[in-house]
Design a protein around this ligand. Structure first.
Ligand code: PML
Length: 282
C-alpha cells in the first residue's frame, strides 16, 4: 500500500516558492492488478535520487514483481498548506479479533455508526485489495467515492526536513523509526487535516506487515499491532466523513491540495484502549 514515500530528503520550506516543487506518483501492477503505489512532494534537485529509490523498491516488493511500473512527475503550482503531524501512540493489542474490538470502540466513540464500521471492515478484509481508499459516510455507512474500483488516493503530501528529523528521532526512541511508519503518519496527518473527515482506518495490504492504525484529530495516529494475521493479503484504507457533506471538495483536498508537515507532534509508547479513549492527548 505505502501511500507517500519518504525517499531522500523532502522540501524543507514551507515559505519557499513552489516553482521548483514536483509531485511524483508511482504505481506498480501485475496483470493490471494494483500491487503498490507511492507519491510525495520533492524539489526538482531530488527527483533523480527519488526515482532511483522507487526503482529499487519496485524490484523488491513483498507483493511480487510488477510487470508494469507507471511514474508520473508533475509541477506543483499551488503553495502547500502547512500542518503538524498527528501525535503517535501504539495500543496494546494481541490478535485481529481484539483489534476489531479496539477499532470499533474508537470509531464508535468518534460518532461513527456500527453500520459504517462494518462496511469498512467488510471492504478491508476482502482478499482482493482496493487500489485506493474508500470514503464512507459516518452514519449511513454508504460509500461515496465516484469510482469504487479506483478509490481515492491521498497524494501531494510531504514533510519538511526539520520536521522529518524530529519525527525520526522521536520514533527512534520508541524503536519504530521506519519508512513504513513515517509514510503512514504523513499520509494520515494529511487525511485528518481535511475538515470533513472524522477518522481513517488502515490495514496494511503488505502480507508481511500486520500493524494497522486508526487516525483522527481526536485520537491522533493510533497504531494497532496484529490487526491481521502474518501472510494475509487483505488490507486497504477507509476514510469516514461527516454525514451529508459534499464529497467533491474532500476528494479535491486529498488528491490535489499540496500539504506539507512543518511540525512533528509527540510520539508516545504503548497505551491501553482506556487511556487512549479517556485521555487521548495526555
Ligand atoms: C502500509 O502498508 O503502507 C500501511 C502501514 C500502516 C501502519 C504503519 C505503522 O506501523 O504505523
Amino acid at each position: 500500500m505505502r501511500a507517500s514515500k519518504l525517499v531522500g530528503s523532502q522540501q524543507s520550506a514551507v515559505n519557499r516558492t513552489v516553482n521548483n516543487q514536483k509531485t511524483i506518483d508511482y504505481r506498480l501492477s501485475t496483470d493490471e492488478i494494483h500491487i503498490s503505489g507511492a507519491e510525495g512532494l520533492y524539489e526538482s534537485s531530488e527527483i533523480l535520487k527519488v526515482l532511483k529509490e522507487y526503482a529499487l523498491r519496485a524490484l523488491s516488493h513483498t507483493r511480487g514483481k510488477p510487470d508494469k511500473v507507471v511514474i508520473t512527475i508533475e509541477n506543483i503550482k499551488q503553495k502547500p498548506r502547512v500542518i503538524a503531524s498527528l501525535p503517535v501512540t501504539t495500543i496494546e493489542c494481541s490478535s485481529p479479533k481484539e483489534a476489531k474490538r479496539i477499532v470499533s470502540q474508537m470509531l464508535t466513540d468518534s460518532g461513527i455508526s456500527k453500520k459504517a464500521i462494518n462496511r469498512a471492515f467488510a471492504l478491508l478484509i476482502r482478499k482482493k485489495t482496493m487500489r485506493g481508499a474508500a470514503i464512507i459516510a459516518a452514519e449511513k455507512g454508504n460509500r461515496l467515492e465516484p469510482d469504487r474500483l479506483r478509490g481515492i488516493r491521498a497524494s501531494r503530501l510531504g514533510i519538511d526536513k526539520a520536521a522529518l528529523r524530529m519525527m525520526s528521532s522521536r520514533l527512534s526512541a520508541l524503536g519504530i523509526n521506519t519508512d513504513t511508519v513515517k509514510e503512514a503518519i504523513i499520509l494520515a496527518s494529511k487525511v485528518a487535516s481535511c475538515p470533513h473527515i472524522v477518522a481513517e482506518l488502515c490495514i496494511s495490504d503488505d502480507p508481511d506487515y500486520t500493524t494497522g492504525y486508526v487516525a483522527s484529530k481526536r485520537f491522533g495516529y493510533v497504531r494497532i499491532p496484529r490487526i491481521k494475521h502474518m501472510g494475509s493479503r487483505i488490507g486497504g484504507r477507509a476514510f469516514f466523513v461527516k454525514e451529508g457533506v459534499s464529497v467533491k471538495p474532500i476528494i479535491d483536498y486529498l488528491e490535489k491540495t499540496p500539504v506539507i508537515i512543518g511540525k512533528s507532534a509527540p510520539c508516545r509508547g504503548i497505551m491501553s484502549l482506556d487511556e487512549i479513549i479517556h485521555d487521548p492527548h495526555r
